[in-house]
Every structure is written in C-alpha cells, then in structure tokens.
Design a protein around this ligand. Structure first.
Ligand SMILES: Nc1ncnc2c1ncn2[C@@H]1O[C@H](COP(=O)(O)OP(=O)(O)OP(=O)(O)O)[C@@H](O)[C@H]1O
Length: 254
C-alpha cells in the first residue's frame, strides 16, 4: 500500500478530543481527496494531527512508514502542509520564505533555484523580492502553496488553499494541485465550496463533529441528505449541461 492510511486516529488539544477514532479508506497517490465539513468539525485539527503538529493516538501510515515515528527532517521531506493562514514571516521576502521552507527538510543545495521555479510555476515569480508582510491575502495564500510544494513532498496537506483567491487564481491553484497529484502524490485538501470540491476532487470525506460522516466520489457524497444532516441546509443537488454538480441552497433546515 503506497497511500495514506488513517486508522483509529484521535487528535486532541490538551484533554479535549476534537477528532475521535477516525478511520479513513486509503488515500491513494494520484488522487485529490477533499476534506469537507462545517466550521469547527475538526478539519484543521485533523490535518495538523497528520502533519505531526498535534499529539495523536491511532495510526497514520504513509506507505510502510509510520508518520508519527519520522524524524522532523524525514517528515519535512515527506509531507508539505499549507496552513489556513501563512505564519508571519517576520522580515522575509517571498523568495527567502520559500527557500527557508525548502531548507527545513535539510535540502539546502539548489534551494534558491527550486524556490524560484515553484514561484514561476504558480505565476507569482514577480513577487519574489516583495516583503511577505506587504502581500494581499490571496498573494499570501499562493506563497503558502509555494512553501508546501518546494520540498517536492509525496503527501500534500492543504488547509482551505483557495479561501482568499479570486476565481481565476482558484483555477490556477487547483490546476497546479491536480498536476502535482497526477505525478503520483497524495493530496488531502480542505475546501468549503462543495461545487468546487465536486469539480476537482476524486473523493470527498465529510467530517462532522470530529467523526467521518461520509466518504466517496462527489456524486456519492454531495446529496441533499448529507447537506441537511451535516450543514442543516435544505438544498438541491443538480447537474449543469456539462455534467458538473451544482448545490442550490433553498434555506436553513429547522
Ligand atoms: N488551539 C486550540 N485549543 C483548543 N481548542 C481548539 C484549538 N484550535 C481549535 N480548537 C477547537 O477545535 C475544534 C475544531 O477546530 P478546527 O479548527 O479543527 O475546525 P475546522 O473544521 O477546521 O473549522 P473551520 O471550517 O471553521 O476552519 C473547535 O471547536 C475549536 O474551537
């Protein structure tokens, strides 16, 4: 098995368990899995647990390796984590911040070339020398993806990567994520927009109150019943002429 396997995973803040006893079907290389669910469902907590940023119980296997047992350097080489908000970069420029992200894995050689290449690929090469703290929200988000991609990780964890992006940049970012997945990486990305998720995801996992509510293809998962149970909305799910799923919200359920 070369994918990501999560079994009986519990992730806590102190004594407060947020994700409890979570089992997921294997997430396979080449596929994008979207993690969806309402606010406070535990999506970011789950990603942080997988990334080794919070204490966990249970098993998180990537191929034959236990992610929790990896050294910090091995973990940095294996996975790229894009947090919901880019941590403050103090006085760093965009390029320096991406070089620093690359160096976290101990791969110093060629870091500047690799960093510049990823910025160009994401269309943000012209921002390379700009200070991080003067970027717009959307620009910061693109830099966050660059930092996650620059180490060329086999596992990519993205927390709401498109939330600050305009429509064109959403497409640009997701096209890049699709390309990266197609090269044989495992991608797990939190998205709130279920229409966008339905368009880009191979599978959707819906988290509800820290537990898995449903998992499957977009057509299997995005249903009026799920939307009512998980989000408390009355909604229709329809297909446009090109076959894409659309979610039409009629109102809140009582
Ligand atoms: N540092 C923290 N300490 C204690 N509890 C926290 C901490 N961060 C988050 N939580 C709690 O964990 C729960 C899940 O939060 P989490 O951020 O994982 O949700 P989410 O599904 O990512 O939500 P959203 O869609 O709003 O980003 C919430 O009840 C939140 O209050």
């Amino acid at each position: 098995m070369s994918g990501l396997l999560i079994e009986g995973l519990t992730v806590s803040y102190g004594r407060r368990r947020i994700v409890e006893g979570l089992d997921l079907p294997p997430l396979m290389p080449g596929e994008i899995t979207v993690l969806a669910g309402p606010n406070a469902a535990g999506k970011s907590t789950l990603l942080k647990g997988i990334a080794g940023l919070l204490p966990t119980r249970g098993r998180v296997m990537f191929g034959d390796r236990d992610l929790a047992a990896l050294s910090a350097g091995d973990r940095a080489r294996t996975l790229g984590f894009m947090p919901q908000t880019l941590p403050s970069g103090a006085a760093l420029s965009v390029l320096e911040s991406v070089i620093a992200a690359r160096s976290a894995s101990g791969e110093g050689a060629g870091a500047d070339r690799a960093a510049m290449a990823v910025l160009e690929r994401l269309g943000i090469g012209p921002l390379a020398l700009d200070p991080l703290d003067r970027l717009s929200g959307g620009q910061r988000q693109m830099v966050g993806l660059a930092q996650a991609l620059v180490r060329d990780p086999a596992l990519l964890l993205l927390d709401e990567p498109t939330s600050a992006l305009d429509m064109a940049r959403q497409v640009r970012l997701l096209t890049e994520v699709r390309r990266v997945a197609a090269e044989g990486r495992v991608v797990l990305a939190v998205l709130h927009d279920l229409a966008l998720a339905a368009q880009w995801a191979d599978r959707i996992a819906v988290l509800h109150k820290g537990r898995l509510h449903s998992f499957g293809t977009p057509a299997e998962v995005v249903t009026p019943a799920m939307l009512a149970e998980v989000y408390g909305v009355e909604a229709r799910v329809e297909r446009c002429s090109r076959g894409r799923l659309m979610v039409l919200i009629d109102g809140e359920t009582v």
